[in-house]
Ligand binder design. Structure first.
Ligand code: PLP
Length: 395
């Protein structure tokens, strides 16, 4: 007899994964070059060569370096110091290793933050739709409630008015994600400042701390003219969840971290609490080799200029054809208005041209599709005439 909760979740497989699997099956039938899979967010550029060279060097020195052992629960001390020093160089902070907790990607960072800040199913984390669908599973695993409110219509910035109404005595955290998956939107400094003001006011009214959890796997993938404000510099009760999956192209190596700023109200207890929460969620120790490799490569990114090139081409071409979408400031997704009310039906029509898009229902809002453009630019060039044919069907 298996857990009903787990069985229920097993009946809701990831729509994105399903489309990705369909793409692989279809590639066998018509040839990979004829299938345009814009479903999944797997970085298309390789990790910098320094990453592989560092890993190989460490393996060569294996007798003198302890590579395969467990690291400390909060992460390898040297790596924590290296991450802190990198943040200080970039954001004018004064962190030490004591502010950093290494995690198994952003997924574990978020689960651990949820488990640490909430007491049970009545306690809630508020987030904004459209949102990364796995947030629901992370909240369920941590035993708290995920309350979803809409982002600002049209701009997809943080919806302060809706948040003002939604925050209540059970709200323990507000989860934001910028650059955003699925919209590509980067929250403006003004939006972050106003969010900080609102939550300062609410904390006083309600009488307990309300944290911002900022989910930032795409922090470095930003386009010209856009800047991502470093949220702890605006609001002291902020936890940053970071991942090396996207900007360093290492999603399979499973390394990320949480920043616990010294200014946070519960700072003294936060790292021990993360250790305990991680134990409750069975996350013991982050993969050791890649923690250490990343410590040495912490200021590098893969060649993310390709995403800018893809974004410029895709956004400009689709807009000229008549598709509607907000220009992304970062990440590698376009969030495009579907050409009919039912986004799923629109995706089915796109499939006739072997264009694989993800309907926005999976992200908690209707009427859009997500197009993931972390693919070779040539794939986009080849797909554009098909997008033209698709829109022509609706004229
Ligand atoms: N948050 C967002 C917005 C994401 O897009 C992803 C992965 O795609 C994650 C979290 C999970 O990242 P990780 O691979 O580091 O667990």
């Amino acid at each position: 007899m298996l857990s009903k909760e787990v069985l229920e979740l097993s009946k809701q497989p990831s729509v994105i994964r399903d489309i990705f699997e369909f793409g692989m099956k279809r590639a066998k039938e018509v040839g990979a070059e004829n299938v345009f899979d814009f479903s999944i967010g797997n970085p298309s550029v390789p990790a910098p060569k320094e990453v592989d060279e560092t890993a190989l060097q460490m393996l060569k020195e294996i007798d003198s370096v302890n590579i395969h052992g467990y690291t400390s629960n909060a992460g390898d001390q040297t790596v924590r110091e290296q991450v802190a020093a990198s943040l200080n160089r970039r954001f004018g902070t004064d962190y030490t290793g004591a502010n950093i907790f290494m995690t198994i990607g952003a997924a574990a960072a978020l689960g651990i933050c949820f488990r640490t800040l909430t007491e049970g199913p009545e306690d809630e984390v508020i987030t904004f739709a459209p949102f990364f669908p796995e947030y629901k599973a992370y909240a369920q695993g941590a035993g708290c409630k995920l309350t979803v409110i809409p982002a600002q219509e049209g701009t997809f910035q943080i919806n302060l008015e809706a948040l003002d109404h939604a925050v209540n005595e059970h709200t323990k955290a507000v989860l934001i994600n910028s650059p955003n998956n699925p919209t590509g939107v980067v929250y403006t400094e003004e939006n972050i400042q106003k969010l900080a003001e609102l939550l300062e006011r609410k904390q006083k009214e309600i009488g307990h701390s309300i944290y911002i959890i900022t989910d930032e796997p795409y922090r470095e993938i930003v386009y010209d003219g856009f800047e991502v404000p470093f949220v702890p510099n605006y609001y002291k009760n902020t936890l940053v969840g970071y991942s090396f999956s996207k900007s360093l192209s290492l999603p399979g190596e499973r390394v990320g971290y949480i920043v616990a700023p010294t200014q946070a109200e519960d700072f003294e207890q936060l790292i021990p609490a993360f250790i305990a929460a991680a134990r409750l969620l069975s996350y013991v120790s982050v993969p050791s080799l890649y923690q250490k490799v990343i410590g040495k490569c912490v200021d590098l990114t893969s060649d993310i200029s390709i995403y800018q090139e893809n974004k410029d081409l895709f956004y400009r071409s689709l807009s000229e054809m008549g598709y509607e979408c907000v220009e992304p400031g970062g990440a590698f997704y376009l969030f495009v208005k579907a050409l009919e009310e039912d986004a799923k039906a629109f995706c089915e029509r796109a499939k006739k041209y072997d264009l694989l898009l993800v309907p926005s229902d999976s992200f908690g809002c209707e009427g859009y599709v997500r197009i993931s453009y972390c693919v070779p630019t040539k794939r986009i060039e080849k797909a554009l005439p098909l997008f033209q044919k698709l829109i022509d069907e609706y004229k």
